[in-house]
Design a protein around this ligand. Structure first.
Ligand SMILES: NC(=O)c1ccc[n+]([C@@H]2O[C@H](COP(=O)([O-])OP(=O)(O)OC[C@H]3O[C@@H](n4cnc5c(N)ncnc54)[C@H](O)[C@@H]3O)[C@@H](O)[C@H]2O)c1
Ligand SMILES: O=C(O)[C@H](O)COP(=O)(O)O
Length: 387
């Protein structure tokens, strides 16, 4: 029986895919797997039992990835599962920044006692006039799951789209419309675009990337959209640019005391992935990843260990090893098996950055003695008997 714990509410349609061999626990203690959305896991003491964390979503900046890796805990996310939800909100954000829809709605509410409101509205409407997005230039920084959907949708709305992503995946490149201009230098986006939207992960290398210097390069009257993470943007510089009339609007999905209520900001409460469809997609994918990992040892969509799969074990035994990505590991593992007189029928080893993963199918059952001998190898982080 496997135990799992949810640090945030996770859609029932996903959890329903756990079968009778799984039990949800009230606390983290004793859990084999954790499902999480945006709950902050930094500083959280993780139980020895924990094997996997699945982020039902994209951003993993709330999870201590390296600490988890050091403890042999595999962290997954659900790439693309909520991308359409975010794309639709980005389109809404561009429209909200272009037409004073929110101001118009507020004015109508404030005038609700006016029996002649239809006539008054005709006089007042010029206050809420705006511009259209068709024909405007949109710059997209980050062409992953979300960026590519925004890019393609914006071209269909008549925008001229410029995309920048030096690390674009082959799949994302294939999915992009041929109408999108490929930009090699992010400054070209800053200098030319009327709307700029950012869709990159929050990493040490991306933190504060939209800074004062970047904003100074931007066109006067630019609209900046941030549905990625607030710390990507120097919001003091944004507020100064809004005050100076350099920036027209800052549309952000991340409410914080700095931006809420500030003139020129449009702030939503982290709603990007809060749709039934996105929540369901993320939960279904997260549960699938956890089950395949716990039951078969396979890794798909991990952010701190390599993807590695050997399907379902048809042999007598299977062991998996989370370990450091250093020389000599495979030799040490095969020596352990040789010393135990166990024949390896199949084996896969994959590395990713500082960490690696090895799966071995055996012609006899894996024993606790084998596990102990593998655990004693320098650089080994976690050994599991799958079968
Ligand atoms: N508002 C929300 O509710 C919401 C929902 C989902 C995701 N997000 C945020 O959006 C981010 C992106 O999500 P995604 O699903 O598109 O992720 P993704 O991993 O599919 O795409 C990220 C893209 O950014 C690119 N990139 C990385 N560093 C870059 C840089 N310096 N310059 C340009 N491109 C760079 C990568 O190559 C990749 O293509 C997530 O990390 C998360 O923080 C927010
Ligand atoms: O990174 C993500 O997937 C989003 O920010 C969504 O976060 P949420 O699952 O807490 O809504």
């Amino acid at each position: 029986m496997f135990q799992y714990h949810c640090l945030n509410p996770i859609a029932g349609v996903g959890l329903a895919n756990f079968n009778e061999n799984y039990q949800q626990t009230e606390s983290l203690e004793g859990a084999d797997a954790v499902l999480v959305r945006s709950a902050a896991m930094h500083g959280m003491e993780l139980p020895k039992s924990l094997l996997a964390v699945a982020r039902a979503g994209a951003g993993v900046n709330n999870i201590p990835l390296a600490d988890c890796a050091e403890q042999g805990i595999v962290v997954f996310n659900t790439p693309g599962a909520n991308a359409n939800g975010v794309k639709e909100l980005v389109l809404a954000g561009m429209l909200l920044a272009s037409r004073d829809i929110a101001g118009g709605i507020e004015w109508v509410k404030s005038d609700k006692e006016d029996g002649d409101i239809a006539k008054t509205a005709e006089k007042q409407k010029k206050k809420f006039a705006g511009c259209e997005i068709s024909g405007k230039k949109l710059g997209i920084i980050g062409l992953g799951a979300i960026g590519q959907l925004v890019a393609n949708a914006a071209t269909h709305l008549g925008m001229e789209v410029y995309g920048y992503d030096p690390y674009i995946s082959v799949d994302a490149a294939w999915n992009l419309s041929r109408d999108i201009h490929h930009i090699q230098n992010v400054e070209d986006i800053y200098r030319n675009c009327d709307y700029i939207t950012i869709h990159v992960p929050l990493l040490d290398s991306t933190k504060g990337m939209i800074n004062k210097a970047a904003i100074e390069e931007m066109k006067d009257g630019v609209v900046l959209l941030n549905y990625a993470r607030d710390l990507l943007v120097d919001e003091d510089a944004v507020l100064a640019a809004l005050k100076a009339g350099k920036m027209k609007k800052y549309v952000t999905d991340f409410a914080n005391p700095k931006v809420v209520g500030a003139e020129g900001t449009i702030v939503t409460p982290h709603l990007g992935a809060s749709t039934k469809e996105s929540e369901d997609n993320c939960a279904v994918m997260a549960v699938k990843e956890i089950r395949d990992f716990l039951e078969n040892g396979n890794i798909k969509n991990s952010v701190n260990f390599p993807n590695c799969s050997m399907g379902v074990c048809t042999g007598a035994g299977r062991v998996t090893i989370c370990h450091k990505n250093i020389p000599g590991m495979l030799g040490a593992f095969t020596t352990v098996m040789g010393n135990a007189d166990v024949n390896i029928s199949d084996m896969t080893n994959k590395g990713k950055g500082d960490y690696a993963y090895t799966m071995m199918d055996l012609e006899s059952e894996a024993t606790e003695e084998i596990v102990k001998a593998l655990e004693a190898v320098d650089g080994v982080l976690k050994v599991r008997i799958i079968k």
